[in-house]
Design a protein around this ligand. Structure first.
Ligand SMILES: Cc1cc2nc3c(=O)[nH]c(=O)nc-3n(C[C@H](O)[C@H](O)[C@H](O)COP(=O)(O)O)c2cc1C
Length: 370
C-alpha cells in the first residue's frame, strides 16, 4: 500500500519545480497538495487544472487543515519561503498551509528557496535553527538564483530532495574554524581561519542528504540545519569528535588546529609581573590519533600551506585518506575564493581553478565521496 505524502507549496519563483517533484513521486505515494495563495502564482495553469491544489478554506468543506495533517504520512514543503519559515516558527496559522503545518505532529521536510540575503538574514537563520530541533531542513544549496544572481539559497533539485526523504545517508562529521588555546584566564592563541570552507562543505553534504554533525569553533556561526556542536580549544574539538564518532563514516577535518599548546597561567597575567616567557608544547595530531583508533573511518585532512607542494609525506604521516591542499599566499584565511589540490596517498586526484568556496566544496565532496 502506498504512503500518503502532502506537498506544501509557497510563493517562491522556484515553485515551478514542484510539478517535476510530483512526477517523480507520484508512483510511490498518494499525493495531495496545499499551497499558499502566493505559491499558486508560480504553478503552471495545466498543472493547476489537472490537480486539486487546496489553497483556501473558502472552497472547502469541513476542517481540511485537521484532516490533511492526519492523513499525511510525510509532509514536504517544496519550496519554503522565508515568510512561511518565519510563520511556522512563530506558530502563525493564518492560511491553510500554515495551519496544517502547525497541526502536524511529526517532522516536516522543509526545502527553503530564497535569495542569499534573505537566507543569511539573522532572523531567517534563527528561525531555521529553532525549527531544526523538530523538522528536517533540506538545503538550500549554492547555485543560480532569481534575476541571474548566484548564491546560497537555491532550492534543492527534486532528485536531491527525494534522496533526503527516501534514504538515510551516512553520518559525516565536518569540523570548521580556528581553535583557541588559553594562555591565561582571559587571553589565548588562535588563528585567522574563518570556517568558510568547512561551512560550505557542510552545506554541500546536507544538500546531498548526508547526516552532518557540524563541529565548529564557538567563534563562528552554526549551520542552522546541521547538528551543531561547538568547541573552543583543540582538546574540546578532539573530545567532541570522540563523543560523536559512533556510526560516522567520514570526517572532514577543516578546522585550523593549533600545532602548539601553551602552558596556561591560572590567573590573568599582569604587566606588573615584568617579562614573561610562554612555553609551547607540540599538540597531538588529531587526525593521526583518530585514524589509529578508527581505521574504517575515511578522514579528509586539509593542509593550508604557503606553497603548492603536493605533500605526500604529510598525508602518509597523518595516515588520512585524502588531503586537500590550498595555498594561503593566493587565498588567505577569510577569502571567499580558494584554489585546491586533492591528493590521495600516492597521486593527485583533482586540481581546481580559483573559485568561490561553495563551488570548491562541491569539488571536494564529489572527489571524496563515492
Ligand atoms: C517574483 C517573485 C519571486 C519571489 N521568490 C521568493 C523566494 O524564492 N523566496 C522567498 O522567500 N520569497 C520570495 N518572494 C517573496 C514572497 O513571494 C513573499 O514573501 C510572499 O509573501 C510569500 O508568501 P507565502 O509564504 O505565503 O507563500 C518572491 C516574490 C516575487 C514577486
Amino acid at each position: 500500500m502506498k504512503n500518503n505524502l502532502l506537498l506544501g507549496i509557497t510563493g517562491s519563483i522556484a515553485a515551478s519545480k514542484t510539478e517535476k517533484l510530483y512526477n517523480s513521486l507520484k508512483d510511490q505515494y498518494n499525493i495531495k497538495f496545499v499551497s499558499t495563495s502566493e505559491g499558486l502564482k508560480y504553478l503552471d495553469d495545466n498543472f493547476k487544472i489537472n490537480n486539486n491544489i487546496i489553497s483556501s478554506w473558502d472552497n472547502e468543506t469541513g476542517s481540511p487543515h485537521i484532516e490533511l495533517s492526519r492523513w499525511a504520512d510525510k509532509f514536504v514543503i517544496y519550496p519554503a519561503t522565508a515568510n512561511f519559515i518565519s510563520k511556522l516558527n512563530n506558530g502563525i496559522s493564518d492560511d491553510i498551509l500554515s495551519a496544517t503545518a502547525l497541526m502536524y505532529k511529526d517532522s516536516i521536510y522543509i526545502a527553503p528557496a530564497m535569495h542569499e540575503e534573505m537566507y543569511i538574514n539573522e532572523v531567517t537563520q534563527e528561525n531555521i535553527l529553532e525549527l531544526s530541533k523538530k523538522h528536517i531542513f533540506c538545503g538550500p544549496k549554492y547555485g543560480k538564483l532569481d534575476i541571474g544572481d548566484e548564491g546560497l539559497g537555491r532550492l534543492l533539485e527534486p532528485d536531491e530532495l527525494i534522496n533526503i526523504i527516501e534514504k538515510t545517508k551516512e553520518k559525516i562529521i565536518v569540523t570548521s574554524g580556528p581553535t583557541f588555546e588559553n594562555i591565561d584566564l582571559v587571553r589565548g592563541i588562535t588563528n585567522s581561519s574563518s570556517g568558510k570552507q568547512g561551512r560550505a562543505i557542510a552545506y554541500e553534504l546536507l544538500s546531498k542528504g548526508y547526516d552532518v554533525i557540524y563541529i565548529h569553533s564557538d567563534l563562528i556561526n552554526p549551520v542552522p540545519h546541521a547538528r551543531n556542536i561547538t568547541y573552543s580549544s583543540s582538546d574540546d574539538l578532539y573530545q567532541s569528535i570522540l563523543k560523536n564518532i559512533k556510526d560516522v563514516k567520514k570526517i572532514y577535518m577543516t578546522s585550523a588546529v593549533s600545532d602548539f599548546i601553551p602552558e596556561k597561567f591560572n590567573k590573568k597575567m599582569s604587566r606588573e609581573s615584568g617579562e614573561l616567557f610562554l612555553k609551547l608544547s607540540p599538540n597531538i595530531d588529531i587526525i593521526k590519533t583518530i585514524k589509529s583508533q578508527y581505521k574504517d573511518i575515511k578522514v579528509i585532512g586539509f593542509s593550508a600551506q604557503l606553497d603548492d607542494n603536493l605533500n605526500f609525506e604529510k598525508i602518509n604521516t597523518k595516515n588520512c585518506d585524502y588531503l586537500v591542499i590550498n595555498n594561503l599566499k593566493d587565498n588567505y584565511f577569510g577569502s571567499d575564493n580558494n584554489k585546491i589540490f586533492i591528493i590521495d596517498r600516492d597521486k593527485l586526484i583533482y586540481e581546481s581553478s580559483v573559485e568561490n568556496k561553495n563551488i570548491i566544496a562541491q569539488h571536494i565532496v564529489k572527489n571524496t565521496t563515492s
